[in-house]
Unconditional design. Structure first.
Length: 285
């Protein structure tokens, strides 16, 4: 029997015009926002439980893994998420990405655990540009234009590598160099332009022309944490002493997804949530 534990998390814009999300919404998953909404769905696991589960599944420095794990698990009961594995979460995340890109229902199955499911995604009202904290390498960027948040891993598609510049254009100084096939984080895409602000880990190092990058494909057989961990194919993030935090006017694409998951024993639950892109991946709002 399917238990409906859907949690309709609507973006604040739907009820409060174009006000900014409360400070820390993307940093700490908007606990002040989510806590009140989740309290109305007694069967759903608390924000704290979902956060603890995400922390246990992801490395301390893997913010993107934690964000995506929370997106995959929010709205389900605690007893249900206690039986989900890292490989299940990766399957959910991959199906969600495909559903968002295609606009179609995407089904998945995990032969390792016997779990299966489907994801349906529809566009939600986007967040307008607002000041968003982004970590960058000190004294590196000459320009911080308006951007659309991406928060996805990319690789260098050119075998010859790619120049990293201090601003979105060839007139800016070359400040770094990426090797062919090197993995980076696409933090944001410059609004109405073909340049990405890219990072090593979550630290922005400069801009790369979009045609020199392509979405990264995770190796088969790895958990979400292993797949997203900076290491294989990625250079180490800059030391904290070389990092500063800046504010970037950044808009966010948002989607409402309904996830139905069936465990190997036949137990099924459904959850609905709205999430938006951030520099560190998707986060609920």
């Amino acid at each position: 029997m399917m238990r409906r534990t859907g949690l309709a998390l609507v973006i604040l814009a739907a009820t409060s015009g174009c006000e900014s999300l409360p400070e820390g919404t993307f940093d700490d998953f908007g606990k002040s926002v989510l806590g009140g909404v989740m309290g109305t769905a007694a069967a759903a696991a608390s924000v704290e439980i979902v956060q603890e589960t995400a922390d246990s599944m992801c490395s301390d420095d893997n913010a993107m893994c934690r964000n995506l794990t929370m997106v995959a698990m929010t709205g389900f009961t605690q007893s249900f998420i206690d039986r989900l594995t890292q490989s299940d979460v990766r399957k959910i995340d991959e199906a969600r990405r495909i559903s968002i890109e295609s606009g179609e229902t995407e089904e998945w199955s995990n032969p390792d655990t016997g779990a299966s499911g489907r994801v349906v995604s529809v566009p939600a009202e986007p967040r307008p540009p607002q000041p968003t904290p982004v970590k960058v390498k000190k004294d590196r960027l000459e320009s911080l234009p308006m951007m659309d948040a991406v928060g996805e891993p990319f690789t260098v598609s050119s075998s010859g590598g790619a120049n990293v510049r201090g601003g979105p254009g060839t007139s800016y100084e070359v400040v770094d160099r990426l090797a062919g096939s090197e993995q980076v984080t696409a933090i944001g895409r410059v609004r109405d332009d073909d340049w990405y602000l890219v990072g090593r880990g979550s630290v922005g190092i400069g801009y790369v022309f979009a045609e020199l990058l392509e979405p990264w494909v995770a190796p088969a057989g790895e958990t979400l944490d292993e797949a997203l961990a900076q290491g294989t194919g990625a250079a180490a993030a800059p030391d904290e002493v070389d990092v500063a935090e800046v504010e970037v006017e950044m808009a966010s694409e948002c989607f409402t997804t309904t996830q139905t998951v069936t465990l190997a024993n036949g137990d099924t639950e459904e959850a609905t949530l709205t999430s938006c892109r951030t520099p560190d991946g998707w986060a609920q709002v």
